[in-house]
Design a protein around this ligand. Structure first.
Ligand code: HMG
Ligand code: MG
Length: 331
């Protein structure tokens, strides 16, 4: 089957759950990932190898990775599971699981040819590093400066590629607004961080509107600035949080700019622990519906993902934040 023209990256199991105050069981997390895969999501951010003192909810990540390798979900398409790793310590925790299961995954990247295309029933594994677009957010989220974080990511990217030929996604957070510095985020600084990360070998830059403060004109300005710095649209993914309800408007701007990879979270779950007041990512249901209205194939079954959103929000006692999900269910 040919690749869908729009690639959706499901971040619900990571971004969606990381900020939940009550512990969510490993079984629920695995069931969520399995249901999402069954609904047609092919790239799923499944966990985060960060300090459990900083983000306790992500403490199951080793078990999640191990389970996904040993009992991969049945899915209509080849799967890629992505995990955050802020430093070598986190990467090594992922490597420990990979080393124990060396034949249970396929190489996801290392090359320059865009999206991974695993051709077997074995999943691909991807690593994500995460830089910040402002010094204050870098300190709050990573406890270090932007420059120090980039030095760490250089090592992480290199090791991920050399040791297991893993594809690496590189986030840049607060690109359109910072909880501590407001709207004053310089797009030229974002472009410089992006080109640094690409030069280090990152396969994709995910632009994070962490606070949802992004607007249509500023999205356009940022993407134009990145383009002028030589960043190719095929290397860029957009990661919109929907705090101000602008995520789909900004998605339309990014689509018009040629971007074809978009992050979303089932049920609109999510928020960043170090971004006070930020709510969830744009809901997967809303994103799939929006792409369908444009005649763009996502490979995702809308009704199935609506059911997943209703199930997980009930399971963890949250309101379903997907407008489309609620409309489809008549709720
Ligand atoms: P630190 O305290 O500076 O780390 O935190 P350290 O290197 O000084 O180590 C302190 C302790 O943490 C040591 O343990 C280390 O072993 C341990 P101790 O000796 O005290 O027992 N440690 C680790 N343990 C497990 N895994 C690790 C790890 N590293 C050190 N990887 C650190 C630095 C980066 C660890 C910390 O700041 C951290 O974990 N930050 C993560 C914050 C986070 O997860 N934020 C949310 C994800 S980003 C996001 O949501 C935005 C995004 O969605 C995009 C967007 O919306 O914009 C991606
Ligand atoms: Mg996020």
């Amino acid at each position: 089957s040919k690749a869908p023209p729009v690639k959706l990256v499901e971040v619900g199991p990571r971004d969606g759950l990381q900020n939940e105050p009550n512990p969510i069981s490993l079984a629920t997390k695995l069931e969520l990932i399995e249901k999402l895969a069954k609904a047609g999501l092919t790239t799923i951010e499944a966990g985060s190898f960060v300090s459990p003192k900083w983000v306790p909810q992500m403490d199951h990540s080793s078990e999640i990775l191990e389970h996904l390798l040993q009992k991969p979900p049945t899915a209509p398409n080849p799967l890629t599971f992505s995990f955050l790793a802020p430093n070598i310590k986190g990467l090594n925790n992922a490597f420990n699981v990979l080393a124990k299961n060396p034949t249970s995954f396929v190489a996801s990247g290392g090359g320059d040819d865009g999206s991974p295309q695993p051709t077997t029933s074995k999943p691909a594994v991807e690593i994500a590093v995460f830089a910040a677009g402002t010094e204050s957010f870098s300190q709050k989220n990573l406890n270090c400066s932007i420059e120090t974080s980039l030095q760490r990511f250089r090592e992480v990217i290199q090791a991920a590629k050399e040791t297991h030929a893993l594809r690496v996604r590189a986030y840049i957070s607060v690109v359109l607004g910072c909880p501590f510095e407001g709207y004053d985020v310089d797009p030229h600084r974002i472009a410089r961080i992006a080109t640094d990360l690409l030069e280090m070998g990152a396969d994709e830059i995910a632009l994070g509107d962490t606070t949802g403060m992004g607007t249509a004109p500023r999205t356009k300005e940022l993407l134009t600035c990145l383009g002028q710095a030589g960043v190719r649209t095929e290397d860029v993914a957009m990661h919109f949080h929907d705090t101000y309800g602008q995520a789909l408007v900004n998605t339309a701007v990014a689509l018009e700019h040629g971007i074809r990879t978009f992050d979303c979270s089932v049920g609109g779950l999510g928020g960043c622990p170090y971004s006070p007041g930020a709510t969830g990512n744009v809901a997967t249901e809303d994103m799939v519906y929006f792409m369908e209205t444009l005649g763009m194939d996502t490979g995702v079954d809308l009704d199935a993902v609506v059911d997943v959103g209703a199930w997980i929000t009930k399971e963890i006692g949250k309101e379903n934040a997907s407008t489309v999900g609620k409309a489809v269910l008549g709720a």
